[in-house]
Structures are given as C-alpha cells and as structure tokens.
Ligand binder design. Sequence first.
Ligand code: ADP
Ligand code: MG
Length: 385
Amino acid sequence: MSPASQIFTAEETLDPSYLPARLVHREAELALLARRFRAALSKGLPYHCLVTGGVGSGKTALVRRLATDLDRGGRLGDLAVRSIYVNCWRRASDRTVMLDLLRLVHVSLPDRGYSLSEMLDVFEQGIRRTPQHLLILLDEAAALVRQDTKLVYLLSRSREVELGSISLVLVAAQDLFPYLDPASRSSFGVTHRLALSPYDREALTDILEERAKLAMRPGSVDRDVLEQIARIAAPNGDARFALEILAGAAHAAEDSGSDSVLAEHVRRAKGSLLPTVTEEHLGALSTNQLGVLLALSRSLKRRGASVPSQKLRAAHAALVEELGAAPMSRTTFWRTLKELERDGLVTLDAAGTGESSQVGMDELPASLLTTLLEERTGGARARKG
Ligand SMILES: Nc1ncnc2c1ncn2[C@@H]1O[C@H](COP(=O)(O)OP(=O)(O)O)[C@@H](O)[C@H]1O
Ligand SMILES: [Mg+2]
C-alpha cells in the first residue's frame, strides 16, 4: 500500500455527497431563503419554494444546507423544524415518494395495497405524534411533477388538508411552474421561485479553492491550477465537473509521486473524464495547426497552465526553424490560433487581447500530444530540440 497521502488530508470532503458548511457565491441565495422560511414558519405558516438551475449549479447543496441550518436553528414560533430529503430521480411516482416519506417519519407500511390518500392518513398520524415544522425537500422533481402529481398539491395544501405544518421545496433543472396544476401554482408564485445562475469562472475558482482547503494539504495546489480547472468547467458552470477534475488531478499527482497538483495533472484528469480529442481529430488538422499545437504542447510541458502568446510565437518560430520549414507570418500564426480556438483545441484568455493573450490547452496531457504530433510532423527530427 502507498504511504500516507501526499496531497489529501480529507479526501471524503471532495465527494459529491459531502455538504460543506460554507457555500461560497451562494451566500445571498441561502440568506434569502432562510429569511423567507423563518419569517413564515415563525408565524406558524408553511412556506414553499421551487429552486431551479443547471447541473452542478449547487441546487442540492443549497437546499440541503438550508434545511440543515433550519433544523439546527431552534424553534420557530412554537415548533422545531425537521427536514426530510427525498431524491425523486427514478422514484417518480406519488406512491414511491410517499413510501420514502413514510419511512423517513418512521412509519412502515407494506408497499402494496394502499391508496395515496390512505398513505397520507398514515403519514399524518406519524407526524402528529411529534408536532413540528416539517420541511420536505423533493430533489430532481421534474419527472414527478410532469406526471400529474397529486402529492405536490396535497403537501403544499397541508393546512387545508389538515396535515399540520408542511413546507415544500421542489428542486429541478428546469422551471417546473408550467407543469404544476393551477391549484399548486398559487403556492409557487414569483416570490417562491429561485433560479440559480450558472457559476462563472471566478466563482468556480473560489469554490475549488474552498473545497481544496478542506480536502487537501495547504500549498498542494496553486490558484492558477484551480483557475485552469475552472476554465474547463466554466462553459457549463458546473461545480460538480470542476470538483471531479480536481479530485482526478490530485490522484494523478499522487500517482506520479508529486506533492502538488500541476497543470499537467489537470490535463491528464480532464483527458480521462472527457476525452474530446481523438487521433482522428488530430489527423484532420492542417500542418500549420499541428505546428502551433506542437509548439504549445512543448511550452506547456515546461511552463504550466498557459503561455503568453508572444512566448508561444517564439517557441513556434524555433520549432519551424528546427524542422527546416518556411517561417509563418504573424497574421497566419494568429489565424491558426483562432482556428484552433474555434475547434475547441486551445483556449485564448478573453482578458488579454491580441499579442498579450494567454494561450492554454486542456484537452489532453501535453506529453501525449507532443508524442502524437511529433509522429505526424516528422518524429526524431522534431524531437532532438
Ligand atoms: N457554492 C458552493 N461552494 C462549495 N461547493 C459547492 C458549491 N456549489 C456546489 N458545490 C459542490 O458542487 C457539487 C455539485 O453541486 P450540487 O449541489 O450537487 O449541484 P446540482 O444539484 O445543482 O446539480 C457538489 O459536490 C457541491 O457540494
Ligand atoms: Mg442535485
């Protein structure tokens, strides 16, 4: 077995099921929801809300954080808060969700032969025993809601149907409002809906930094490497993907005996998670494109996450000379770089313009690209430099 980890101190805190105490860049949303729930519950009124956002936008983390904070926050009005969480993915029927809810309030019922309203009666008896504000989180609720659920209606009308204080949080990727029946819609008006915007690159970098602090030894990953990961995940604003890459890169670093996570490890992790560059893809490139990519992959192998474009151009000029090929004009160099960017093979930092851009490449480990490209452009001759 390997000795104690060189990188991780608490690897489990990178697991998707781990709920961090702090959700950077979602403080405002969390505070808003907490305020609304507290205001209503302390008056003895339930409060419902619908939370939407793309994959990895932090919906599950946000509502679980909210629920845990409310659970621990003491009584509101006369009652304590008790939250229960059900992921409705693959359980998209009122009955199966209801069986989960029953189990979570410690009532067992054979899963056959009971109608929804009988189950609700039993549920009511279960929750009556301990009066409290029940906060029911229905995560990934899209399929449930689209199947003409009655449960959402019944739970959101808990007072009228004498179920006690039940608040409902629906979580889904898309807006579910159009799918709700007219009666339920009144419970999910504008002030009862929260749409999470995708994380941008900066937010993703901060999230990665926060999570790296929990999971990894101090100093084992630099901010520019986290920025590199954020840049990969930014097009979808997906924190989950970003954290997967971080974990993969940390493992790649450990496997290679490094005590810190480097750009090279990120490229390797990303390559194994989402191998978007194929040999076929490389085969379709022009000689100019190949030359620029090769210069880039060599520079990155030495320098890290990205190189300034002037440095890349110098490296490319040296490579061309080495190969005995004709030099490339500045315009052609730029056009080639832009083509590679369009094909998703390199990234040009939007912050820089023209000659001062940072050029990056995240698709594959630079070492592998170098080998593939050298084979194409003339092998040993190119390698001797
Ligand atoms: N603001 C944040 N701070 C720290 N970690 C976050 C934040 N937002 C999301 N995460 C983490 O990113 C991953 C994906 O978030 P999740 O809530 O599962 O997204 P969603 O439910 O929208 O798909 C989880 O591991 C979660 O802990
Ligand atoms: Mg989720």
